[in-house]
Design a protein around this ligand. Structure first.
Ligand code: 9UX
Length: 73
């Protein structure tokens, strides 16, 4: 199993959380997605490491934006 926490900007309510969760859940190998709304932290568990570009596309599809890691740290 592989787990990674991403930061997503723009989510402000529980429906935003649902949209992001649904889109990311559709990616191959994803087994769980948990979102902390106040911080925008999205923790994704998958059977194999995910392509960042795929996660980024899923977040974009939901209508939000993945914050690059280097600007989070
Ligand atoms: Mo809630 Mo999120 O009304 O874009 S769905 S703010």
């Amino acid at each position: 199993m592989s787990q990674h926490t991403y930061t997503v900007s723009g989510m402000t309510c529980a429906h935003c959380v649902n949209s992001v969760t649904e889109e990311i859940s559709e990616l191959d190998g994803v087994t769980s997605v948990t979102v902390d709304l106040p911080s925008g932290a999205v923790t994704v568990t998958s059977t194999a490491p995910l392509d960042l570009s795929a996660v980024e596309a899923a977040v974009d599809e939901a209508g939000y934006r993945l914050i690059p890691e280097e600007s989070v740290a």
